[in-house]
Design a binder for this molecule. Structure first.
Ligand SMILES: [Zn+2]
Length: 345
């Protein structure tokens, strides 16, 4: 089968990988319909984080073609969403909402396990991992939004849930990539009364407002902190959502969080939590890789009912042939998030 292959920094090729087959009774084989590139893929694309040569991509939806003997939750022909982590959803870690810690779990597209940026994927632990999408004849807009539940919308939601966003809260979101924009949508969905989006890019500010943002702060660093303090009467945000992972974003998130609040952290951290500052302001933090599988069922209902359309963040599209362009478009900030059309529904 054809699949995207990572061969080194800024080197993504279309190559051949063996056709995936059932290896374990807990496996399923999925023909990929839509995939996309993630902001976290850019860390290894830019050579800033290590990644094995080989398969890539951890966000995809597709159609089941075959299941192992132990898989009963999905059958051939089902349209399914795969969270970016496969896991059994039965062990204590999965049940406690940390699927990334599942002893039999793992990541798609880690160089060895098939990645979503390919024609077909063998899905381990399919019974606990795949989510069947009810209904048929879903529009392209809905399919795009379903794809975001694999990671980016689940991660945006994880930021809001980790910070304990509740109805009436004042929320501030640091990071205007696809995750940050989905965090705005997640905070809106949870009833936040005011959502301050920190963004300097007009195209992303427009999406943030569409997703429910009430205020935009273009400044960065200390200036951003003062701007948020001005907007909140010197109090700070009831929930600050850190969605970029850079050192500056982490510092800003903790600076704009009001005393006694919790920062929701979902950006892959490339900076330090200011422990002393947080301690003396009773600011805590929660977060990490999102347990997407746990969140998909509730977000799926809202996508199918049209309550939320996170697929709007996919503002660039190409096919598997041109997967390298999908990376370049995000790397050069010509795209918020790149969609890769792989196969037909
Ligand atoms: Zn588990």
């Amino acid at each position: 089968m054809r699949a995207a292959i990572f061969t080194g920094p800024r080197a993504i090729e279309l190559g051949e990988r063996p056709d995936p087959v059932i290896q374990e009774p807990t496996d399923a084989v999925v023909r990929v319909v839509l995939a996309c590139v993630c902001g976290s893929d850019l860390w290894y694309y830019r050579g800033e984080s290590p990644h094995a040569t080989g398969s890539i991509g951890h966000e995809f939806i597709g159609v089941v073609t075959e299941t192992g003997a132990d898989v009963t939750s999905v059958t051939a022909g089902d349209l399914v969403i795969a969270p970016f982590i496969y896991s059994d959803m039965t062990c204590p870690h999965c049940r406690n909402g940390s699927t990334i810690s599942c002893p039999v779990g793992g990541s798609f597209g880690n160089g060895t396990i098939d990645g979503g940026q390919g024609e077909i994927v063998r899905v381990p632990q399919a019974q606990g991992t795949l989510v069947r999408v009810p209904g048929t004849g879903h529009s392209d807009q809905v399919l795009r939004s379903l794809l975001t539940l694999s990671d980016v919308m689940a991660t945006g939601h994880h930021a809001a849930a980790s910070a304990g966003v509740k109805s009436g809260d004042v929320v501030a979101v640091v990071g205007d990539g696809a995750v940050g924009l989905c965090a705005v949508l997640a905070a809106h969905r949870l009833g936040a009364s005011r959502i301050i989006a920190l963004s300097r890019h007009p195209d992303r500010q427009k999406v943030a407002m569409e997703f429910g943002a009430t205020d935009i702060v273009e400044a960065r660093g200390d200036e951003a902190t003062s701007a948020v303090m001005d907007l909140t009467g010197g109090i700070g945000a009831d929930a600050a959502l850190e969605c970029a992972g850079t050192a500056q974003a982490i510092t800003t998130a903790f600076a704009i969080a009001r005393p006694g609040s919790t920062v929701g952290m979902v950006g892959v951290p490339h900076g330090q939590v200011p422990v002393a500052e947080a301690f003396f302001r009773n600011v805590g933090w929660r977060g990490g890789p999102a347990p997407a599988r746990s969140y998909i069922p509730c977000l799926l209902d809202d996508v199918l009912s049209g309550t939320i359309s996170p697929g709007v963040v996919l503002d660039y599209e190409t096919d598997l042939e041109h997967v390298a362009d999908a990376y370049a478009a995000m790397d050069e900030r010509r795209a918020i998030k790149s969609l890769i059309r792989v196969g037909s529904r």
